[in-house]
Design a protein around this ligand. Structure first.
Ligand code: GLA
Length: 637
């Protein structure tokens, strides 16, 4: 017995230590801190112009500075379109003696220097003197997207294999210092083709044109992407940006096109993050890109926005002959808090499109400081109703006709979470006309039309009079852990007849992971919020084993009704709900399982800055265990 005691103590100590370490690594443990990206300068979605949709790699100084001058002259710069971004095509080569990147001086003559080493400094000085910001483009790998996909070599880097390695790979610190410290850029788009297209099997690698770099991003298979490796590179880029920009004046744009489950984690690594492959100027492709962000409202916040790609207004289905479509494109991007990057030759922009892009009411929706991406209040194959809560407490609502035929749509006060007996004034942000909504309103939509209204309602007209539902404030809710263990493609995104590949083969398949992510007013997998047969129109749907961070701006009470959603396929496991305030446990449910009725939870959050909503399951794989924070709200009293 005497001998057993110390031995027991050693074992206990080891056990406690192990438990302690485990607790430290436990992703569901409250942290008391907001973990989405807030570095850089993107409190509202960045706006400006990019060379890519207008010119591809065929760029030069006249085109870029011409766009800048046009934006100033047309008054669009003053309205917020301020970043002038050079996309792919600017580089000549990497100088091997010291690794310095060399610019195509014949295209950018102002970068020529007596020293022989070109510099963009006078170019960025010029943009800054015009009150603008300057953006540059690079790649995570050794080579760029145009090197992977361009049909000819005209605009591609020149020289030996090594000289043509212009991407960040192995040069992150050096290149970021060059871009930001030496050249004075303010924005960087980091593409990922170098990590995707230069595997041993690629024709360009086999022919000896480029060196092999084992792909870690795979567009077709999320399982084959090495997500940790990609994240580590973005972490290093972030650190280099912070080092090179002591004033924090930078924007980091992630461009991995929805691959590698980035729709779930882009928000933690950069200011804007592409949710899909490239847009093109067709209605159909615009729909796909819109869909890739439309149901990801909780994955976007001030400082970390979803990016369904640059605007294609001015070309194809969105040119001056298609103003309805062009207005829809801008309306949807504004509602989603997408970055607004114009992609046409602004020197030749028709007045009608300049006016359209300059719609101050639409811009104000996009730039609203609260930063709540619109959520989907109604969703069918043909029509979507998107609702966005503004910092004033007013709502904006967009009614979107996806089809090529006119449609009658009934807008309900309930879509806006307003009482049916209240008068609501709706101002059409395209026509300027006002009308009244009481209960419901019949609307006529032209083919491809999006009506956008700002809704003003008197006090007491909100369904929740003295607070705000969490699904009305996605900009304050961050799914730090969303419970998705095995990312799967989201089958609900629009796929077009032609896809990116034409009708070759059997067609386009769903490729963007995120299926099962956290949803506003819906359960994951597109199902309804319901607990023991009772439907809830409002709430947050998540999977179990999730942790949501909620910023609290002065509310005093958190309330919700919690339970395992009726759509659960796992009837045996339990889920326990807990509410933390600045890291301390405030309230907890009993273990609940499928078929249990909802349990009310309430917590005093007065003075609490960060609330965390944690659901622990009795099973490690929560894919079959959707859970519901029904009517989750922050209340003033
Ligand atoms: C990728 C990106 C585009 C553009 C091109 C440039 O396709 O997604 O936005 O930057 O590369 O080559």
């Amino acid at each position: 017995m005497k001998l057993a005691l110390p031995r027991f103590r050693v074992v206990t100590l080891a056990l406690l230590l192990a438990l302690g370490l485990q607790a430290h690594a436990d992703p569901l443990a409250p942290t008391g801190t907001w973990s989405a990206y807030t570095a850089g300068r993107a409190a509202t979605p960045p706006m400006g112009w990019s060379s890519w949709n207008a010119f591809g790699t065929d760029i030069d100084e006249h085109k870029v500075l011409g766009a800048a001058q046009a934006l100033v002259d047309q008054g669009l710069a003053a309205k917020g379109y301020r970043y002038i971004n050079i996309d792919d095509g600017w580089w000549l080569q990497r100088r091997l003696s010291d690794g310095t990147l060399i610019i195509r001086t014949e295209r950018f003559p102002s970068t020529r220097q007596a020293s022989g080493t070109p510099s963009f400094r006078s170019f960025t000085d010029r943009l800054h003197a015009m009150g603008l910001k300057a953006g540059i483009y690079t790649d995570l790998g050794r080579n760029s997207c145009s090197q992977a996909y361009s049909p000819d070599d005209t605009d591609l880097p020149k020289g030996s294999v090594l000289e043509r390695e212009v991407g960040l790979y192995g040069h992150t610190q050096q290149d970021i210092a060059l871009y930001f410290e030496t050249w004075g850029f303010d924005f960087i788009k980091v593409d990922g083709c170098g990590l995707r297209a230069f595997g041993a099997e690629a024709e360009k690698v086999r022919s000896g044109k480029y060196r092999e770099l084992k792909p870690v991003l795979d567009m077709d298979s999320v399982a084959r992407s090495d997500i940790a490796a990609v994240q580590q590179q973005f972490r290093e880029i972030h650190e280099a940006l912070v080092r090179s920009n002591p004033d924090g004046d930078f924007v980091l744009s992630l461009c991995v096109w929805g691959a590698g489950n980035v729709r779930a984690w882009g928000k933690d690594f950069g200011n804007i993050s592409r949710t899909s492959d490239d847009i093109n100027p067709t209605w159909s492709r615009m729909l796909t890109n819109f869909d890739s962000a439309a149901k990801r409202a909780f994955y976007a916040h001030p400082g970390s926005w979803n990016d369904p790609d640059m605007l294609f207004i001015g070309k194809g289905d969105f040119d001056a002959q298609h103003l309805t479509e062009a207005r829809s494109h801008l309306s949807l991007w504004a509602m989603l808090n997408s970055p607004l990057f114009i992609g046409m030759d602004m020197r030749k922009a028709p007045d009608a499109l300049v006016k359209l892009l300059g719609n101050a009411d639409l811009i104000a929706l996009n730039q609203d400081p609260a930063g709540h991406q619109a959520t989907v209040a109604y969703d069918s194959h043909d029509v979507q109703i998107l609702v966005k809560t503004l910092s004033s407490g007013d709502k904006a609502v967009a009614v979107f006709n996806r089809t090529a035929a006119p449609l009658d749509v009934e807008l309900q006060a309930a879509h806006l979470k307003l009482r049916p007996d209240a008068d609501v004034e709706l101002r059409d942000l395209w026509s300027g006309k006002t009308q009244r909504l009481r209960g419901q309103l019949k609307l006529k939509l032209a083919a491809h039309e999006t009506l956008v209204f700002k809704a003003r309602s008197g006090s007491g007209s909100r369904m929740l009079a003295d607070g705000l539902y969490l699904s009305e404030q996605p900009g304050n809710v961050n799914p730090a852990v969303d419970g998705v263990v095995n990312p799967m493609p989201d089958p609900t995104l629009h796929r077009s007849a032609k896809g990116w590949q034409g009708t070759r083969g059997s067609g386009e398949r769903p490729i963007y992971a995120g299926w099962g992510g956290v949803q506003a007013d819906s359960a994951p997998y597109g199902e309804a919020l319901a607990l023991k047969g009772r439907r809830y129109e409002t709430g947050i749907g998540a999977l179990a084993n999730s942790r949501l961070e909620v910023r609290n701006a002065g509310y005093r009470r958190f309330t919700a009704t919690v339970g395992v959603n009726d759509s659960a396929r796992d009837a045996a496991s339990t889920a326990t709900f807990a509410v933390y305030g600045d890291g301390k446990l405030l309230a907890t449910s009993r273990p609940l399982k499928w078929g249990d009725s909802g349990e009310p939870l309430s917590a005093d959050v007065a003075g609490v800055k960060l609330i965390e909503l944690v659901v622990r399951a009795s099973t490690p794989d929560a894919a079959a265990l959707p859970v519901t924070w029904a009517d989750a709200a922050l209340l003033a009293k």
